[in-house]
Design a protein around this ligand. Structure first.
Ligand code: BV8
Length: 261
């Protein structure tokens, strides 16, 4: 893990309305590679619960009971029930103005944009983002715990399902990264962080590693670092700039600034 070094206090702005954004920021530099890290706060206004807010998912469930490989080995029914319920909710929601603005940024920005999401929902891709890394997996996919085969999956999972690849039962699980498991595409992520000149963290509390350490990696590469979140995150001191407000408000305004609109 990259060591976290102390940083000077970020330029913090409290965002109250889209109109206010017009005079908030400094003039944007000409960036070449933007890396965006997103978390549950971006999907909150689409109707998906966050994890660590007052009524969040972890206020109703113990991580150790539903989001570890040990929990799946101990009580697979309980783990599958937890994800079956969340999958049904995910299937009923759509992207919001924050996801749409980030897709517009990828399409219209003259340089490169890499989006890394901790979210297991499909809302970035449904909004049109293409250069996307789902580092914590995807709830609309299943993985076989026996052979590792992965496939699209939109219905409930159960312990009696047989894997179509290895023909073994009992291993079909959601294709999400549990605590203690290695997130996906870490090599690509570190390569992107090493070449970015702007790092934007959106809707994440900064509690879960390795994602919480990405801002340090981006700073080490010399990137300007920005937090867009409802409130200051755990890692606020690492950011050079911070704008606090709802994702559906602050993200479109920040994207418009980057695109010169
Ligand atoms: C790993 C996925 C290497 C599935 C999730 C001690 C013991 C054990 C482990 C560790 C330890 N110390 C460190 C670790 C490592 C551990 C970790 O970080 N633990 C922490 C908690 C201490 N990490 C891991 O285990 C990772 N793997 O390190 O691999 C390894 C491997 C083997 C052995 C050794 C090392 C894997 C982590 C993956 C965890 N998977 N779940 C699922 O979804 O069920 S975690 C869960 O948290 C979510 O999935 C999400 O992806 C992640 C991050 O949460 P956030 O997105 O930040 O959400 P949160 O609710 O916290 O915050 C929301 C924010 O939005 C808030 O700030 C809020 O203010 C804001 N907000 C709300 N509304 C809005 C808004 N902002 C804007 N607009 C709004 N409207």
């Amino acid at each position: 893990m990259t060591a976290i070094t102390s940083a000077s206090a970020p330029t913090t702005q409290r965002f109250s309305s889209p109109a206010a954004g017009a005079y908030l920021g400094r003039i944007m530099a000409a960036y070449e590679h933007i890396v965006i890290l997103t978390g549950a706060g971006l999907s909150a206004e689409s109707g998906l619960s966050t994890f660590r807010d007052k009524d969040g998912i972890w206020s109703k469930h113990n991580i150790e009971d539903v989001a570890t490989p040990e929990a799946f080995a101990r009580n697979p029914e309980a783990v599958l029930d937890f994800y079956n319920a969340r999958r049904r909710v995910v299937l009923g929601v759509g992207p919001n103005a924050g996801h749409e603005a980030l897709a517009r940024l990828e399409a219209d920005f003259p340089g490169r944009v890499t989006t890394i999401t901790q979210n297991v929902d499909p809302l970035h891709e449904r909004a049109g983002t293409r250069n996307l890394i789902h580092m914590h997996g995807e709830i609309l996919k299943a993985a076989c715990a026996h052979c590792g085969a992965r496939q699209p999956w939109e219905t409930d999972l159960s312990v009696d399902l047989v894997c179509g690849t290895c023909n073994r039962a009992g291993g079909m699980r959601p294709d999400v990264v549990w605590f203690g498991e290695m997130p996906y595409q870490m090599e690509e992520i570190h390569a992107a962080l090493g070449t970015c000149d702007l790092f934007i963290s959106i809707g994440t509390s900064g509690n879960v590693y390795p994602a919480a350490g990405f801002v340090a990696g981006a700073r080490a590469a010399g990137a300007h670092t920005v937090e867009l979140n409802l409130e200051p995150s755990e890692g606020i001191s690492m950011f050079a700039e911070a704008i606090h407000g709802k994702a559906t408000e602050v993200v479109p305004v920040y994207v418009a600034r980057l695109l010169g609109g």
